[in-house]
Design a protein around this ligand. Structure first.
Ligand SMILES: [Zn+2]
Length: 68
């Protein structure tokens, strides 16, 4: 399980790591997936959670968990 980190989340659910919790440190002006301007992205705290059994690569998956 990874550490909690700060991300900017686009309205299309795309996540970008946001250094210092500030979207202005992201070297990108628009979303690579939907093209939305980064001023509309929301700052969230999230971490990636790995699921599945270590002995079964076919079960490996991950999802994002959000902190309130
Ligand atoms: Zn987007």
């Amino acid at each position: 399980m990874s550490e909690w980190d700060t991300y900017a989340q686009c309205k299309c659910r795309m996540l970008y790591r946001a250094p210092f919790g500030d979207r202005f440190h992201i070297h990108r002006e628009v979303c690579s997936r939907c093209g939305l301007d980064k001023m509309y992205w929301e700052i969230v705290v999230a971490r990636e959670v790995q699921t599945g059994n270590w002995w079964n690569p076919w079960s490996w998956a991950s999802h994002w968990e959000y902190k309130d």
